[in-house]
Design a protein around this ligand. Structure first.
Ligand code: AMP
Length: 282
């Protein structure tokens, strides 16, 4: 596996691979890789001849007061895991290499950035859309792979790629969880023991709503109230940022379940802000 830090070198290699007719998959990450990332890289290795993984803690997707400086990092561990999962190239640029000091070009997808995480993280999705556009331009992938854990991000990037006619497919992969249901996340290291013990309640509350929907409950307010009640009982240390039921494609809130809908939550638990989601199938 090659480790590349220089964006221009990364792009030259990508253009040469494309000219040779090689199919490239890109897996963008912020590093501190875990089994969730590993599942994306393994999928990429099974579906493309050339696999690029990027590790970049993108400063522009963090708001003031968020955890940019504290974000966990482990470059050596990331390199070992990426290589073991079948990566051919690991792209690890310095922040200054991607953003010129007078950088001023942004990609925005406002309707999909309005709700859920966008409400409490106003600059987040602008940063994500901009850095993913850069990474797509540098890596020239045929397919870029993202996790459904960040469902809103996935929906927004699909729309961006469609609207801008970017020559790349977006592949969304299922959430990888601990045995007790907690979605794997680099930020889980922020959880203290008592918080970690409550954290599986996040998914359990979503599963309770999914069961209600399967049993015929179509009223979003009732389903949200059921999740909130579950959190009050089982995640008492959690401070709910949002509990929302949205259209899976547009991520706009729905009042009544007509077809499948997405239950999405964000909860602050100690220093961690955890997100999770589950499809509700009426
Ligand atoms: P991050 O490093 O947190 O920015 O995540 C990089 C990619 O990995 C994103 O597409 C995430 O959605 C995906 N990802 C993170 N955690 C998981 C997980 N538990 N299961 C599946 N994909 C994940």
């Amino acid at each position: 596996m090659d480790i590349v830090r220089d964006p221009q070198q990364f792009q030259q290699q990508a253009l040469a691979a494309r000219a040779r007719g090689q199919v490239t998959a890109l897996v963008p990450t912020m590093g501190f890789l875990h089994e969730g990332h590993a599942s994306l890289i393994r999928w990429a290795a099974a579906n493309a001849g050339r696999v690029c993984v990027s590790v970049f803690v993108n400063p522009t997707q963090f708001g003031p007061g968020e955890d940019l400086d504290a974000y966990p990092r482990n470059p050596e561990g990331d390199a070992a895991l990426a290589e073991a999962c079948g990566a051919d190239v690991l792209f690890m640029p310095e922040p200054g290499a991607l953003y010129a000091p007078d950088h001023c070009t942004w990609v925005e997808v406002p309707p999909l950035a309005q709700h859920l995480c966008g409400a409490s993280r106003p600059v987040h999705f602008r940063g994500v859309a901009t850095v993913v556009t850069m990474l797509l331009n540098l890596a020239q992938p045929d397919v870029a792979v993202f996790g459904q854990k960040d469902w809103q991000q996935l929906a927004l990037l699909r729309r961006m790629v469609r609207d801008l006619h970017l020559p790349c497919r977006i592949e969304g992969r299922p959430i990888v969880r601990e045995a007790d249901g907690l979605a794997l996340s680099s930020r889980n290291v922020y959880l203290g023991p008592a918080e970690r013990a409550q954290a599986p309640g996040l998914h359990a509350g979503l599963l309770a709503a999914a069961a209600l929907a399967r049993a015929g409950q179509r009223d979003a307010a009732t389903l949200k109230a059921a999740i909130a009640a579950h959190y009050a009982a089982h995640v008492p240390a959690g401070e709910v940022d949002y509990i929302e039921i949205v259209d899976p494609e547009t991520v706009q809130p729905v009042a009544t379940l007509a077809g499948a809908a997405l239950a999405a939550v964000a909860v602050r638990l100690g220093r961690a802000r955890l997100i999770d989601n589950e499809l509700l199938q009426p």
